[in-house]
Design a protein around this ligand. Structure first.
Ligand code: UT7
Length: 324
């Protein structure tokens, strides 16, 4: 008998305001054509003034709990992946806990930037496998519009706001790759690449929130190589092969990265959930958003073998294999 962390529910929330690429043409030297062809992005959502990361996270959490048919009081833990918290502290997760009207269990944030959801999922899996929790709400939520330099065309057209959430529950499995739930985890980081993708502000440096800075082309090259590698390793650890994969649900940063990774894995694009055209890069929110949209579209079904993979600032990257 093996304990598995099985997905019971999924949900997402996107802020109302949709911003098409054409809106940037008025303020910076760019074009809808450049943004589409270089990134695959067509539009993104931006949070309203005063709408915070925890607001988005709470809405996504409510949707996931409803999908799971569970109440917040049944949760043992809430883990939020975010790099854009409402405040330096308390954590977004404790604000979600209060927002859901529960005092049960414990709540905290993890921060691994665009790889945040993969790290949070791995962390939640650890809580379940170690017996510290049976039911865990895992959320990715971001308001990256708050850290955009609107004069930097190399970054401000790429990111968006949103939140997605999963409810995981412990279940006994047979210990084979046919089990539902998380089957393997593969995580990495390399702090030598700090300057490729960072925010130029922080509490203990200059006391400011700062703006996102990125050497896009260099990150692109790392992404294409490292994502296929980590996905391959995670599949190997799970005892399955790329041919068994029903869906790759990748971090949604750039359609060219997504398709290059799929090609390296020898998985065709009709087995990849793609949402980047509608959401832009929502950092830690992008994978749970894609899982939720993929299920709503009828792509993801119970029993499907899924590999998720992401890379972001740090650099930090990794993959999780799970059976839905
Ligand atoms: O989620 C975290 C991880 N992040 C990522 O995975 C992002 C990785 N990087 C990327 O997605 C791509 O590198 C970008 C979409 C950011 C850029 O695409 P690229 O093909 O790597 O273009 P580039 O950075 O090499 O820039 C090509 C040209 C440059 O002009 P010159 O130097 O060739 O004259 C840029 O100045 O495109 C220019 N450019 C733009 N032109 C119009 C950069 N941004 C824009 C823009 N509109 N918004």
């Amino acid at each position: 008998m093996t304990i598995r962390a099985v997905v019971r529910g999924v949900g997402h929330y996107l802020p109302e305001r949709v911003v098409p690429n054409s809106e940037f043409e008025a303020t910076i030297d760019t074009s809808d054509e450049w943004i589409r062809s270089r990134s695959g992005i067509e539009r993104r959502h931006f949070a309203a003034e005063g709408q915070t990361t925890s607001d988005l996270a709470i809405r996504a959490a409510q949707a996931a709990l409803a999908d799971a048919g569970m109440s917040a009081d049944q949760l043992d833990a809430i883990v939020v992946a975010t790099s854009t918290p409402d405040f330096t502290f308390p954590s977004v997760a404790t604000m979600v806990q209060a927002g859901l009207g529960t005092t049960s269990g414990f709540a905290y944030d993890v921060q691994a930037v665009c790889a945040g959801f993969v790290f949070a999922l791995a962390n939640a899996n650890g809580l379940i496998l170690s017996g510290q929790a049976r039911r865990v709400l895992v959320i990715g939520a971001e308001t990256f519009s708050r850290i955009m330099d609107w004069t930097d065309r190399g970054t401000c057209v790429l990111f968006g706001d949103g939140a997605g959430a999963l409810v995981l529950e412990a279940e006994e499995g047979a210990g084979t790759s046919d089990d539902r739930g998380i089957l393997s985890v593969d995580l990495h980081s390399d702090g030598r690449y700090r300057d490729l993708l960072y925010v130029d502000g922080g509490v203990s440096s200059n006391g400011q929130a700062g703006y996102l800075r990125m050497q896009g082309n260099a990150v692109f090259k790392h992404a294409v190589q490292k994502l296929a590698e980590t996905a391959h390793t995670a599949l190997e650890k799970a005892g399955v092969s790329a041919g068994d994969v029903a869906w790759i649900v990748p971090h949604q940063a750039n359609l060219r990265i997504i398709s290059a990774t799929a090609e390296r894995m020898q998985v065709s694009m009709d087995r990849v959930v793609v949402t980047v055209q509608d959401h832009g890069n929502t950092s830690a929110a992008s994978i749970p958003l894609a899982l939720s949209v993929g299920k709503a579209r009828g792509q993801i079904k119970t029993g499907d073998l899924i590999v998720t993979e992401a890379i972001g600032g740090g650099l930090a990257w990794g993959a999780v294999v799970l059976r839905w």
